[in-house]
Design a protein around this ligand. Structure first.
Ligand code: PMP
Length: 425
């Protein structure tokens, strides 16, 4: 990941204020209706998986001979699990395939910890007076929403280019037994695109924790979602945790939401044998088995782990030009005035833009009033509160390239105008 940084060139911007007001009025006059809010795949990407609409055809037997139309098979279809065990670098016996949302698996994990605790928990978490959780910022708003809904207090640590600030995390968890876990998006994090280095992964799995039942929810949502030739391998956290003597520390999640269909994909959970048994024990009360017809459809469509890798290269062909457009426009429009700092991700679904502190909410409002929907300012922080009011998450995957270009040009005008207004005050 590279970033462009600098301090605002106040004099040049202040001088440009009248021009920027005109540019903004012209932007508003265009009557745009553009949306960069959420990291959804585009229709063109969804089309890549259309052969699945005709699968599994009249086939309904798994390789093992079982009838996928019937109840059972709580672990998920063996052949699909084998394929994704290879891709996610975990032993197949420790990998479950589930329904269409990995977010549900994460939510269930935390809810069941609240209701029942983990085997080594002194009490179920809901019986504890306070439960705290570490959130690296900027981060994923839906992770924060899970904590908020369940009354878990969020403590922030900074993100670095190598993932969460491991030293800050280690200090916090060593001292405070109420800190029960943390979110990590190890590869191409939402929103800053950072990748957890092996050193950070090793530090997180080995650090002493005051809570005996501390868990890292290792959300590998973008494990295979490369935007360049460098197909980054995720640090093998489950294996590293076992080697460090903390085998139950890491629970990994992934899904095909951005591989096949966001609304009809397959989710995965992997962890130590003990955590998988714990999860299955509770899952077995909630379900007799997952949608194995969908599992079979996916297994037939991909054929092999290489089939998935090949399919992801087709996504990259569609996505990479959109990301290139975003970073090129930001450099061209903001570079001169030196307001802003943005990521140039090597994968994932987002560009993280830091504008002049104190102006992010204003930028989002200006954009909205010009017909460009952006993720609300603050969304990348717990409770929706960005203490510096500077981070904006850009999601260029969904609109066609010409709309991404038009939207980003408009966003750049809003960033400059908000900065010029603030500096002129
Ligand atoms: N984790 C992260 C980091 C995400 O960005 C997203 C989608 N925006 C999800 C999870 C959602 O995954 P799923 O569709 O499997 O529930």
């Amino acid at each position: 990941m590279t970033t462009t940084t600098s301090s605002p060139n106040a004099a040049a911007l202040a001088a440009a204020l009248p021009e920027l007001r005109e540019a903004y009025a012209a932007l508003q006059a265009k009557g745009l209706k553009l949306d960069l809010t959420r990291g959804k795949p585009s229709a063109e990407q969804l089309d890549l998986s259309n052969p699945m609409l005709a699968l599994p055809g009249d086939r309904f037997r798994a390789e093992a001979g079982t009838d996928v139309r019937n109840y059972g098979g709580l672990d998920g279809l063996a052949e699909l699990r084998a394929m994704f065990a290879e891709l996610l670098d975990v032993p197949v016996e420790q990998l479950l395939a589930g329904g269409n949302a990995s977010l549900t698996l994460m939510y269930d994990t935390v809810v069941w910890a609240m209701l029942f605790g983990f085997p080594e928990s002194p009490a179920s978490w809901s019986r504890e007076e306070t439960v705290r959780w570490i959130c690296a910022v900027p981060g994923y708003d839906r992770h924060f929403a899970v904590c908020e809904e369940l009354g878990i207090e969020m403590i922030t640590v900074p993100m670095t280019q190598d993932g969460p600030d491991a030293e800050a995390v280690a200090q916090l968890v060593a001292a405070d037994p109420t800190i029960k876990g943390m979110w990590v998006v190890p590869t191409y994090a939402n929103p800053d695109g950072s990748v957890v280095s092996d050193a950070v992964a090793r530090a997180l799995v080995a650090m002493p924790t005051a809570a005996p039942d501390f868990r890292i929810l290792w959300d590998n949502a973008y494990a295979l979602h490369h935007l360049t030739d460098a197909e980054t391998r995720t640090a093998p956290a489950i294996q590293l945790a076992a080697e460090a003597g903390n085998p139950d520390r890491v629970i990994m999640y992934a899904s095909t939401s951005k591989i096949t269909w966001a609304g009809a994909g397959v989710s995965f959970l992997a962890s130590s044998p003990s955590n998988v048994a714990w999860f299955k024990k509770h899952l077995a009360k909630a379900s007799i088995g997952p949608d194995k017809v969908n599992h079979l459809r996916h297994a037939m469509f991909f054929g092999s782990a290489d089939g998935v890798r090949e399919h992801m290269r087709r996504h990259r062909e569609i996505l990479a030009p959109k990301f290139e457009a975003v970073t090129a426009i930001l450099a061209e429009r903001l570079g001169e005035y030196e307001v802003g700092r943005w990521t140039d991700p090597r994968g994932g679904y987002f560009v993280s833009l830091d504008v002049l502190p104190g102006t992010a909410a204003r930028v989002v409002t200006l954009a909205k009033e010009a017909g460009i929907a952006l993720t609300p300012a603050g969304a990348t922080f717990p409770y929706g509160k960005d203490p510096e009011d500077k981070n904006i998450r850009l999601a260029p995957s969904m609109p066609p390239l010409d709309e991404v270009t038009a939207a980003m040009d408009g966003v750049a005008t809003c960033v400059l105008l908000a900065a010029a207004e603030a500096l002129a005050e």
